[in-house]
Design a protein around this ligand. Structure first.
Ligand SMILES: Cc1ncc(COP(=O)(O)O)c(C=O)c1O
Length: 491
């Protein structure tokens, strides 16, 4: 192969562009053809007397244009593709590091859980069986009949005013402190886009809600984790960490935590706020599960205990009613809501106004309250059914029974990997979430999250019995076998 690179005399163009231009010329004139090898970036850099990163950038440019391709073990070669395909973009190189760097684990686990007919304890969802479909249908049709023209028009970016006022009253603030978002996921996304520059530190609980981890990571955050156990976040560790680390935000789920189900006591909430006030550190309080309280103490929100305007409060109707609404909200000081609204304007202008209008009627007519009262004992029954089944069929698992929310967080016996257990479980027709998805760093491989909301007590018992069998498959000496014996296999 002869490669004669002539770097045209310097115009305004960067060196890597001039190298790419020269190589492109050789491809176009046939001096180098499909499959021909190119020198390594190191060799070419030496020959040209430029830095290696300059050559790497030139190669990246030509790869993006489809002229060359790199293959493991074969080095870089002129692309085999026909000329007409040369303009085809190379998505991997075009995508930003934020998107390319996303961990494939989440998608992998979702793929495993997509088996048809799986009895799944994986999702973080309320039960479709209990959705107030009929009343919602009626309300939506009333709303369209009476307010259709208005609602089908633009809606203010910060939310449908009557719903905004209704939420404000419930949260205990003025309407201009509320921003209605497309699910609380959007509120978390807005917060991360508004506050996090790449490299900024966000402090979270470990484990924590994986969607929040993804939102902060996508904004380029460096995540610092504070342990969160059955009593919630370890406030002593938080205090010690904030003494060392300059953080931009703290994200917590203090009430019926996802995934642990823990409830942070009032006393610890006060301490957490005091610690954050010392550092002027904003706290994102994610209160997605607040309405799903089954027993135990009634604990005030961090927001209601906050004297320093530290708390950015985020919540949603997804768990109380159904996630398909995509209506959540954020409560924060009005000047911040204005800034976040401006940012949100760039994303999607406003939340679906028919969903907001219908939801407002649903709340105003007292149907939200009635729905919550109806489902609480049903979920409590399912929680108890799952706890009883775990004690019976999976005695080697350790867990606490949560006072609210949707999840039981269980610790596996030593030596069992949750991913391996999931493979066996899926074979037997059940699914759950692996613990590692809830950790920013290493951790959680010995944990699983089980959602108890979506199946009847009988189905829960049947599913947990299979979990016992799966445990037995991955660890033949496990205790489970005694309780989930051979005749129990038919469930
Ligand atoms: C703690 C927490 N926050 C937010 C969400 C997302 O809710 P939404 O449907 O409002 O986007 C979830 C959903 O699982 C959650 O568990």
């Amino acid at each position: 192969m002869s490669l004669a690179i002539r770097l045209e005399p310097a115009g305004g163009e960067p060196l890597h562009i001039r190298i790419a231009d020269s190589l492109r010329g050789q491809f176009e004139h046939g001096a180098l053809g499909p499959g021909d090898p190119l020198p390594t970036s190191r060799d070419l850099a030496r020959d040209l007397g430029v830095s290696r990163s300059t050559v790497v950038r030139a190669y990246e440019q030509l790869t993006r244009e489809g002229w060359i391709e790199g293959r493991v073990g074969r080095g870089t070669r002129v692309s085999d593709r026909p000329t007409s395909a040369k303009g085809r973009p190379n998505w991997d190189l075009l995508l930003t590091e934020r998107v390319r760097g996303q961990s494939p684990e989440y998608a992998d686990v979702l793929r495993m859980l997509s088996e048809p007919d799986l009895l799944s304890f994986a999702g973080g969802l309320p039960s479709p069986e209990f959705y107030p479909e009929e009343s919602f249908q009626q309300i939506t049709s009333d709303v369209l009949r009476h307010q259709g023209t208005k609602l089908l028009q633009w809606c203010p970016v910060d939310g449908y005013p009557p719903l905004r006022s209704w939420i404000a009253e419930r949260v205990g603030c003025e309407p201009d402190s509320v921003l209605i978002s497309s699910g609380s996921t959007q509120a978390l996304h807005l917060i991360s886009q508004a506050f996090v520059e790449p490299g900024d530190t966000v402090v979270v609980e470990a484990p924590t809600y994986s969607g929040a981890l993804r939102a902060f990571r996508t904004a380029g955050a460096r995540i610092v984790s504070i342990p969160c156990g059955p009593e919630g976040i370890d406030v002593d560790r938080l205090e010690a960490t904030l003494g060392r680390v300059r953080a931009k935000l703290l994200y917590v789920v203090p009430t019926y935590h996802n995934p642990t189900g823990s409830l942070l006591s009032t006393e610890k909430r006060r301490r957490l706020l005091a610690v954050c006030a010392q550092h002027g550190l904003p706290v994102v309080e994610d209160d997605a599960y607040a309405t799903l309280r089954y027993d135990g103490p009634h604990v005030p929100t961090l927001r209601s205990l906050d004297d320093h305007e530290l708390v950015l409060y985020v919540s949603t109707f997804s768990k109380a009613i159904f996630p398909g609404l995509r209506v959540g909200w954020l409560a924060a000081p009005p000047e911040l809501v204005r800034r976040l609204s401006a940012l949100r304007n760039v994303i999607d202008l406003f939340t679906n106004s028919i969903a907001q209008g219908s939801l407002y009627e649903f709340c105003k007519r007292g149907l939200l309250e009635a729905h919550i009262q109806r489902v609480r004992p049903l979920y409590a029954e399912r929680r108890d059914a799952m706890a009883a089944a775990l004690r019976r069929y999976c005695p080697s698992l350790q867990f606490e029974v949560p006072h609210g929310g949707l999840f039981i967080w269980a610790q596996l016996p030593a030596g069992i990997d949750s991913r391996r257990l999931l493979e066996e479980a899926v074979e037997l027709g059940i699914g759950f979430m692996v613990g590692s998805l809830f950790f920013a760093e290493e951790g959680g491989r010995d944990r699983i999250r089980l959602c108890f909301a979506c199946h009847s007590p009988e189905m829960i018992a049947a599913g947990i019995r299979k979990l016992g069998l799966a445990l037995k498959q991955v660890r033949p000496d496990a205790e489970e076998w005694r309780n989930a014996g051979a005749d129990d296999l038919i469930v």
